[in-house]
Design a protein around this ligand. Structure first.
Ligand code: UD1
Length: 421
């Protein structure tokens, strides 16, 4: 397993390009199962989770052609297995996203149930209840969801809880259902909107994406007809580099971004003392060498502060001036990075799902590791401002969600290198 070694103390300066959003690419690749004809998807990030998704689709008999720019042509006309094995699903929970398309188009699926997860129990009951309401017959046998269905039937679905992949799975199922489906309390995340735009470009009839009520008029079939669709930029990768720059007192410009979907994060960075200038597809952050002020956050579904940025803000608060209070409301066990940051000298006290962080002027480098993607990234950020060397182990988590993180940080002036284990 590779490690990242970071020598702290550099100020980040310069320009980098942000990659396509992992959390939009995964459902859109799954949605390509719904198309009768090949579709080309662009701005795909070069990530481990994408490779895993390609393996998953390839294992079903789907033809995938990748060009040197990471455009992927997906042709699902040759699919001959409707199977997502445990070995794949256990490494990437988002594999569950093939369930809705498989049931809707082929009337069958055999998808491993995702197990426990480092950041909480993360059940998929709402995905399964919704598909059942649409007429699928589901059973769980030996850890696998076995599904059978004729043509699904549109219906009214009221989600008990806002769920991103749940909304996506049900939306993908509903596009081919007979009649109209209404999904209430739907997720508003920009990645859900990107998926809806992709499906509509293939002939789906989805209205209300980006609001909490989706109305989907089912159609007989979807076809890409030479469609090429570019994935939206990754708002979490964008936020991560902005926080990194703010923590180091730096000045960066991020290109290929969508500032309009980052309001909650940009507000907090301004509160921390950053000067932020946005253009249509770029964000410039200038901290002018200052130490950030602590900020308090409460994570919640979009458009509130994203849970996927909580760990990075914890790293910033660890060295900020003042006391920051961070409350996690989306996942029950998402503070695994705190113990590691404490080992680097952070002053953080936990009270159930709230972290109370009193900033210290400086952290000290240490060997650390984390058990999930964003927590691992937050330890890299902590390493950037720590005295001496920080060794971040188990970085396969980072490779799942950050394209070339060490190269991008090095381009901004960080002293960071990857060592193979
Ligand atoms: C997605 C994102 C993930 C992000 C999360 C919250 C992808 C691939 N992943 O994960 O990066 O952290 O949204 O923004 O897009 N829940 C249930 N029953 C269900 C489904 C969810 O109780 O059937 C609960 C979960 O346990 C959690 C909450 O709902 O407490 C939100 O989870 P959800 O939005 O489903 O997260 P994911 O879609 O898995």
């Amino acid at each position: 397993m590779d490690k990242l070694i970071i020598s702290g103390g550099c100020t980040l300066n310069g320009e980098i390009r942000i990659s396509g959003a992992k959390n939009a690419a995964l459902p859109i690749l799954a949605a390509s199962l719904l198309s009768e004809t090949p579709v080309v998807i662009g701005n795909i990030p070069h990530l481990h989770d994408i490779t895993t998704t390609m393996e998953l689709l390839g294992g079903m008999g789907v033809q995938l052609v990748v060009d040197e720019k990471m455009n992927i042509e997906v042709d699902s006309s040759s699919i001959n297995r409707f199977y997502a094995p445990y070995d794949v699903v256990k490494t990437m929970r988002a594999s569950i996203l093939v369930l809705g398309p498989l049931v809707a188009r082929f009337g069958q699926a055999n998808v491993s149930l995702p197990g426990g997860c480092a950041i909480g129990t993360r059940p998929v009951n709402l995905h399964l209840e919704g598909l059942t309401r649409m007429g699928a017959e589901l059973s769980v046998e030996k850890g696998y969801i076995k599904a059978r269905a004729g043509r699904l039937k549109g219906c009214r679905l009221m989600l008990d809880q806002i769920t991103v992949t749940g909304t996506e799975n049900l939306m993908m199922a509903a596009v081919l259902a007979e009649g109209k489906t209404v999904i209430e309390n739907a997720a508003l995340e920009p990645e859900v909107v990107d998926l809806a735009n992709f499906l509509n470009a293939m002939g789906a009839r989805i209205e209300g994406a980006g609001t909490n009520v989706l109305e989907i008029q089912g159609v007989e079939s979807l076809s890409a007809d030479g469609l090429r669709y570019d994935i939206l930029p990754d708002r979490i990768e964008t936020g991560t580099y902005l926080v990194a720059a703010a923590m180091t007192g730096g000045h960066v410009k991020l290109k290929n971004v969508r500032p309009d979907i980052l309001d909650a994060v940009l507000d907090k960075l301004e509160e921390a003392g950053a000067d932020i200038q946005v253009a249509e597809d770029s964000i410039e952050l200038d901290m002018k060498g200052k130490r950030p002020r602590s900020v308090s956050i409460r994570t919640a579904p979009y458009p509130a502060f994203p849970t996927d940025m909580q760990a990075q803000l914890t790293a910033m608060n660890a060295i900020a001036d003042g006391v920051g209070i961070m409350t996690e409301t989306v996942f029950e066990n998402r503070f695994m990075h705190v113990q590691e940051m404490q080992r680097m000298g952070a002053n953080i006290r936990m009270e159930s799902n709230t972290a109370i962080c009193t900033g210290v002027p400086r952290l000290t480098g240490a060997p650390v590791m984390a058990t999930d993607l964003r927590a691992s990234a937050s330890l890299v950020l902590a390493g950037l401002v720590a005295e001496g060397e920080t060794v971040v182990d188990r970085i396969y988590h980072i490779d799942r969600g950050y394209e070339c993180i060490e190269e991008k940080l090095a381009q901004l002036g960080a002293v960071i290198r990857r060592v193979p284990h």
